[in-house]
Design a protein. Sequence first.
Length: 175
Amino acid sequence: MLKLLAAKNVHATFFMVGENAAKHPETVKLVQAQGHLIALHAGYHKDLLKLSSSEAASNIAYGKETLQSITGTAPQYMRPPHGFKDWSTVKAINDAGMQIVNWSIIPRDWTNPGVQVIADRVCENAAPGAIVLLHDGDSPKNLAPRDQTIEAVGLIIDRLRAEGYEFVTIEELNK
């Protein structure tokens, strides 16, 4: 994915799981060095709604601290696992100094429906300011291949650029 994004001169936002980042700090540093935005997905990929308030806060704090220790920068954005949130989750994320980000386009790429299906689901729903949810892993096990997603991203970039779209990080989108 990083090679493709570099070749297409696109910067993306990578929402990372703290547990996985701790196991692969060199990957986190590479993502950052290539100009992508590092954001938090959670400390551990657990549904925050199923945790107590203190467990959710600890999960968030662990993820934030892990990413900050690797990158030197505290993440400013978080996408909760599965996008699930309630008032307690919103408060915990805000109390941790982060803004919640979810998506507006979800092509369900983790199901490996086919390259063209992924690309069509994104391109047919594209609109200014859209946020596309794609997966470079299938946290927490990271066993499923991501070849379809990577190939689809190339098609998506080419097709949407031809339609006049630009690709930006969440931080750039919020400016």
